[in-house]
Design a protein around this ligand. Sequence first.
Ligand code: SME
Length: 180
Amino acid sequence: MSGFLTNLYKYVSALAIIFKYFCTKISTMSFQKLKPEIKAILESENLSVDHRLSQVCEVLKENIPYYDWVGFYFKNGDKDELKLRSFAGEPTDHTIIPFGKGICGQVAVSNKNFVVPDVKAQTNYIACSINVKAEIVVPLFLNGENIGQIDIDSHTPDPFSKEDENFLQWVNERVAKVLS
Ligand code: SME
C-alpha cells in the first residue's frame, strides 16, 4: 500500500511539474502578444497618464487568467509611504502603505522583486482579500531610483514564474518612460 502511495505521489508531482511548465509556456506567449497593446496604451498622448496606467492594469487583469488584482503604487511625495495610483480589481482599503510594511512596503526599501507563492507563509503581509493566495511585487525605477511598483494579487496558489518577473519589469520600464 505504501509503495502504491509513493508511486501515486511521484506521479502527481510529475504531473504538477508538467502542468506548471505548460502554464509558463502559455503565459510567455500571452506576454509577447500583450506587449504591443501595452506599448500603444502607454504611448497614447491623448490620454492622461492616470488613464493610461488604469488601462494597463485593466488589460493585464483581463488577459492573464491568474492576475486577479493589478495596481501601481508610488512613493507619496516626500513621505516614507506608498500611495495607490491606479488599479484594476476589487477596491482595497490599503491605499497608503508605510515603507517596510507588507510585501509592497518591503519592496519599497529592498528595491528587489518579491514573489510570494503562498501569502499564508508571510508574517509581514497586508491582506487585501481572503481570496488572495499569491502575490508578486516588482519595483519601478526612474533614473535608477525606486519610485513605485506594480503589485499583482492572485487567487491561484504559486502561479508566478521568472517570465512574470521579466514581463512586469518590461512593463515598469515602459511606464517609467511615460513618467520621465
Ligand atoms: N498585500 C499587499 C498590500 C496591497 S494589496 O495586495 C492590494 C502587501 O502585503 O503589501
